[in-house]
Design a protein around this ligand. Structure first.
Ligand code: AMP
Length: 285
């Protein structure tokens, strides 16, 4: 496994790779969620490149960029064991040289709501860094988690708009045995907060039960029930609860029996902001 830090070295490594290249972009502090993406890339591509880069431009000024967990040695051991070919772990100034001004942004409804509303600039930071990675690594396929549902859709749109010849692949959320979605940020949770965070998977389960077992189609009724459950957890503060069209991410009034709906949650537990989502699929009659 080759570990490179500069854009020039990464481009040289890329030049030596023949066949299909799969890219898995990460911010490190790797867990089984990340590794599931790496394994899919390994299975489907001739070569796997993983980037480990805590991207400063996707953090707001009051967010956790400085505190974000970093452990490159551990990450490299995990990636080596997965048979990764190249790890690209650049310092910030490699990705953003002085005077950098090549922002890549998706505009419109896909980026205005949800994370776009609560984390101004976040999605622009994501699309900018991912576009830069796509241009440097030139992967045929790139792997992202459904855990970050809006990010996945925005990256897909960005690749289309920028005419980047890459297939953007979304894979299911990997969860802890008790249902909490794996996230590098779970490391911030105290034992009490870790317990309180279970209100997120419980909220997803409640909504699925309403739509899938009880036949509820009224999106507002689902949102109300989910909000009520979340408010019952004293450590939880809601950023948003949304039942959206799973492609456009526009808010739904009615959950269509053919296309279903996507429930998206952003909830702060103490100082830790967690997101999660689930497809709500009405059972066919
Ligand atoms: P991050 O390091 O948090 O930027 O995540 C890197 C990639 O891993 C993104 O595509 C995430 O959506 C994905 N990811 C993060 N958590 C999970 C999870 N629990 N299951 C599957 N994919 C995940």
């Amino acid at each position: 496994m080759n570990v490179v830090e500069t854009v020039a070295e990464m481009e040289a490594e890329r030049g030596r790779l023949e066949g299909r290249v799969g890219l898995v972009p990460t911010m490190g502090a790797l867990h089984e969620g990340h590794l599931s993406l790496v394994r899919a890339a390994r299975a489907e591509c001739d070569h796997v490149v993983v980037s480990v880069f805590v991207n400063p431009t996707q953090f707001g000024p009051k967010e956790d960029f400085a505190a974000y967990p970093r452990d490159l040695d551990r990450d490299l051991r995990l990636l080596e064991a997965e048979g990764v070919d190249v790890v690209f772990a650049p310092p910030p100034e490699e990705v953003y040289p002085p005077g950098f001004d090549e922002w890549v942004e998706v505009s419109g409804p896909l980026t205005e709501r949800l994370e776009g509303e609560f984390r101004p600039g976040h999605l622009r930071g994501v699309t900018t860094v991912v576009a830069r990675l796509f241009r440097i690594v030139r992967p045929q396929r790139a792997y992202f988690g459904e855990k970050d549902a809006q990010q996945l859709r925005v990256v897909r749109r960005m690749a289309e708009e920028q005419r980047l010849p890459v297939e953007v692949i979304g894979l299911p959320t990997v969860r802890e045995p008790d249902g909490l979605a794996m996230s590098s940020r779970n490391a911030y949770l105290s034992p009490e907060e870790r317990q309180a965070a279970l209100v997120l998977p419980r909220a997803l389960a409640l909504a699925r039960r309403m739509v899938e077992a009880e036949g509820v189609r009224d999106a507002a009724a689902v949102r109300r029930a989910v909000e009520e459950l979340l408010r019952g957890e004293p450590r939880a503060r809601i950023d948003y609860v949304s039942v959206s069209d799973s492609e456009t991410l526009e808010e739904l009034t009615e959950i269509d029996s053919a296309s279903g709906g996507l429930l998206l949650l952003a909830v702060r537990i103490g100082g830790t902001r967690l997101i999660d989502n689930a497809m709500l699929t009405p059972r066919s009659r």
